[in-house]
Design a protein around this ligand. Structure first.
Ligand SMILES: C[S@@+](CC[C@H](N)C(=O)[O-])C[C@H]1O[C@@H](n2cnc3c(N)ncnc32)[C@H](O)[C@@H]1O
Length: 223
């Protein structure tokens, strides 16, 4: 499981280049993945939404633009990432640990987390904590990396473990952050394993939507 101190320091170090690096290394696909997540959230029409591990605020800002009536709070434990989120226009931010949310029970209609759950030290405990702050009938959306199936998996792994860390080292100055990315994707539950984890954490009706042949996935569940 990821070490929170390492995760914190890694994101602090790459904060200023994080947004551009995402778009470059995914060839812009991350924009489409977040757009799909926003469409799903829009159907739920939340009044209050918490975006955990909001980082530089990409998903929170997209949701705020699509749903101007929704109160969106972006939470992250990394001050340099949150500072960029605020500069980019995210009004409500909270610096806190996703494992111990300083928030009341049943206080949100929707909780989103994009590329964040994978970085937490205990997935089941985190999901239980997310469930605690959701209202009965509330929705969870997890967007994160998975691995493509079939013949695409081997070339993708070549990119993930060999090409991307070199490109990222050149662009962000941190090869370590992107070697960690590949390792964290390999050990992160995907597909049915993630659906089982969601059930274990007490969520109902879990769903899985693979994106780009499974390079990323959106999981949803109800409280
Ligand atoms: C890969 S970034 C994702 C940022 C954003 N959600 C996105 O879609 O680009 C992961 C974020 O998770 C945050 N994070 C990791 N562990 C955390 C924790 N225990 N509590 C709060 N934030 C955490 C990091 O600081 C980082 O900003």
């Amino acid at each position: 499981m990821p070490d929170p101190r390492f995760v914190h320091d890694t994101f602090s170090a790459i904060a200023t280049r994080y947004v551009a690096a995402n778009h470059l290394l995914s060839l812009g696909a991350d924009i489409l993945w977040r757009a799909r997540a926003v469409q799903i959230v829009a159907d739920w029409r939340p009044a209050e939404l918490l975006d955990v591990a909001t980082g530089t605020g990409d998903l929170a800002l997209d949701i705020s633009r699509e749903l101007p009536e929704t109160r969106v709070i972006g939470l992250d434990f990394c001050a340099p990432m949150l500072a960029i989120a605020r500069k980019r226009g995210l009004t409500h931010t909270l610096q806190a640990d996703a494992m111990h949310l300083p928030l009341s029970d049943a206080s949100f209609d929707v909780l989103t987390i994009a590329f964040g759950l994978r970085n937490l030290p205990d997935y089941t405990a985190a999901l239980r904590e997310f469930r605690r702050v959701l209202r009965p009938g509330g929705h969870l959306l997890v967007l994160d990396f998975s691995l493509p199936c079939g013949i695409a998996r081997a070339p993708y792994r070549l990119y993930l473990h060999h090409v991307m860390p070199c490109l990222a080292a050149w662009f962000t100055g941190s090869r370590l952050a992107y070697s960690y990315l590949g390792q964290s994707i390999e050990q992160f539950p995907r597909g049915d394993d993630m659906l089982n984890l969601l059930r274990l954490a007490g969520f109902a009706c879990p769903t899985h939507l693979p994106l780009c042949g499974g390079i990323a996935s959106i999981y949803t569940a109800e409280c």
